[in-house]
Design a binder for this molecule. Sequence first.
Ligand code: UDP
Length: 310
Amino acid sequence: MVAGGAGFVGSHLVDALLAAGESVVVLDNLCTGRRENLEPALATGRCTLVEADISDGLPPLDTCQTVWHLASPASPPDYGRLPIETLRVGAEGTRHLLEAAHRWQARFLVASTSEVYGDPQVHPQPETYWGHVNPIGWRSCYDEAKRYAEALTMAYHRAHGVDTRIVRIFNTYGPRMRADDGRVVSNFLCQALAGKPLTLYGTGDQTRSFQYVSDLVAGLLAWMDRGDALPANLGNPGEFTIRELADAVDALLGRPAERAWHPLPPDDPRQRKPDIDRARTLVGWQPVVPLAEGLARTAEWFRHATGRPA
Ligand code: UDP
């Protein structure tokens, strides 16, 4: 079962599970996911989409062997617009899925986030760092939902012996991101393709580490298969300022876009870079797609998705 399987990351995971010969049931309330993300999956005949909100409870389902919890708004504008839904899916949604995994004796994986580190004071961030989160800031609905989801997952593991996995996903990009989801990669690529200025927030000196979606999916599969119950970072350790990302988009399109400067949103983390030693050592995973190549593939997808000429 993949909760959130109609979303950007979830739908790529579903494709990979189907390619490995699995049958998949997707639960999604389509609040940020889209049915068209699942078109190739549904065409195989081995994927079922059940429109349901896991925060309210689960519909009747056959026993599943693995439960993947990727259900949540994940881009800052999305969780900013859906703060209560985001907290509920991290809390109630996670509890309902953990109850099902317990009942089915299924393995369970929750998609957590680099946001559990908040605006980190340790750099790069290892899993042992407890984070620096503003509990009442506008990002807190996401950060605290995911921190609670991690705590609940560890509680089911310790109290009921559920076979659990926690992955902390760093900034991820690729095909099927929504053009309007507001994240920096989709914004820059869509702006550049439309000949508009790139919107930089703050000075553009804040850093992020950008992971291509196929690398993340490989990490999810490896960690579910061979990881352990303690959290693992899944991200690309290559670190870029937002200015450098804008320059990479210019280089890709072969023409410099103008810059439009906007204020930095409150609590915007200054820097972010995963320490991935744990995933590398335990399951032999590391990202392989360089930023320039991932950006090119994503731009190509947005060209077709938006119907703009190459
Ligand atoms: N950002 C930006 N321009 C945009 C969108 C985002 O400069 O059009 C910045 C944002 O302030 C943050 C970084 O890019 O510092 C990454 O933002 P994103 O929303 O992609 O993810 P976050 O890591 O903040 O969750």
